[in-house]
Write a protein that binds this ligand. Structure first.
Ligand code: NAI
Length: 332
């Protein structure tokens, strides 16, 4: 018997990540080869944008995906969120030249407050929400704060792109195929303070640190490379990552809905409340997690050395500061 159709909502669907992501969702790569999907595509209620969104719908029709059971294009978030099983939030206010971080947060607070409140009233209590639009962790926190009817564990922000970047650099360094690298971790914020940690990582089953055996490279090349990779791509492409962001979103949702392989963990920014690594409660902080039955669990018991502690603290501090600013803007 075929599975019931799953409704997937994408906000900011007319943008560049949306365009790169839709083939993953419609081909069965994200939610499984037997999972039919219906898409709710939301973008700004502006004529030119809605016309572009309808152009995407035309292409989806022409791509003749057997799993695609319908496409709704809308400028109304209420229509987009109603009945959604998964919401992928790409739509955010972009950083403009000369804009302070606080101004960016202020613009995005407005968007994620409004959309969080709408999710709270029209979305199913079981909806899973992934926030990608930057500043992703704090936007996610705002949406979750404004949607108290939806369990906090149903909200997450994307750090899988950073995670995948770390896997890729380790594979290149060790000259092995990417699938031989596992259990690298991104701690904290999706920003340049994130801490890419390879202490638990393995390459072909051996400790990655021992295989690479080059602390100088790890600290002075690898960590800054991952932290600044997004900026390097913008400098080269004059556009931010879209192909790799789409792949990372697909990986994140795949693992969240369908589970991580036994013994493996991936990075997801999730509610920090109750974590065993000393990170303050109430943040959306990236941790190593494993997933099964649609739920994530923070991997416990990993050893944290002093170098790691310091890096984890720095990114926690940035998230605490962002939260404080966001709560001031929200008047909470
Ligand atoms: P884009 O600018 O091409 O597309 C964004 C789309 O969102 C546009 O079509 C815009 O009209 C729409 N939008 C803006 N405000 C909206 C609202 N209130 N409601 C609905 N739609 C709205 O941007 P792109 O490249 O697709 O990136 C999307 C976001 O993802 C950006 O914020 C970017 O910084 C972020 N990003 C996050 C990554 C992560 O790892 N967390 C990685 C790469 C990008």
């Amino acid at each position: 018997m075929s599975k019931p159709v799953m409704t997937v909502c994408i906000t900011g669907a007319a943008g560049q990540i949306g365009y790169a992501l839709l083939p993953h969702l419609c081909s069965g790569k994200t939610f499984g080869p037997d999972q039919p999907v219906k898409l709710h595509l939301l973008d700004l209620n502006i004529e030119g944008v809605q016309t572009a969104l309808n152009g995407v719908k035309m292409e989806l029709e022409d791509a003749t995906y057997p799993l695609l059971k319908g496409v709704v294009c809308t400028g109304d978030a209420k229509v987009a969120f109603t009945g959604a099983d998964a919401v992928i939030m790409l739509g955010a206010f972009p950083r403009k030249d000369g804009m302070e971080r606080k101004d960016l947060l202020e613009k995005n607070c407005g968007i994620f407050k409004e959309q969080g409140e709408l999710l709270n009233t029209v979305a199913s209590k079981t909806v899973k929400v992934l926030v990608v639009g930057n500043p992703a962790n704090t936007n996610c926190l705002i949406a979750a704060e404004c949607a108290p009817n939806i369990p906090r564990e149903n909200f997450s922000a994307l750090t899988r792109l950073d995670h995948n970047r770390a896997i890729a650099q380790l594979a290149i360094k060790a000259s092995v195929p990417v699938e031989q690298v596992q259990n690298s971790i991104i701690w904290g914020n999706h920003s340049s303070t994130q801490y890419p940690d390879i202490n638990a990582a393995t390459i072909n089953g051996k400790k990655a640190k021992e295989v690479v055996n080059n602390d100088e490279w790890y600290k002075n090349e690898f960590i800054p490379c991952i932290q600044k990779r997004g900026a390097a791509i913008i400098a080269a492409r004059k556009l931010s990552s879209a192909l790799s962001a789409a792949q990372a979103i697909s990986d994140h949702m795949h693992d969240w809905f369908l589970g991580t392989p036994a013994g493996q963990f991936v990075s997801m920014a999730v509610d920090s409340t109750g974590n065993k690594y000393g990170v303050a409660d109430g943040l959306i902080y990236s941790f190593p997690v494993s997933c099964s039955n649609g739920k994530w669990t923070i991997k416990e018991g990993l050893e944290i050395d002093d170098f790691s502690k310091e890096k984890m603290k720095a990114t926690e501090q940035e998230l605490t500061d962002e939260k404080k600013t966001a709560m001031e803007i929200l008047g909470k």
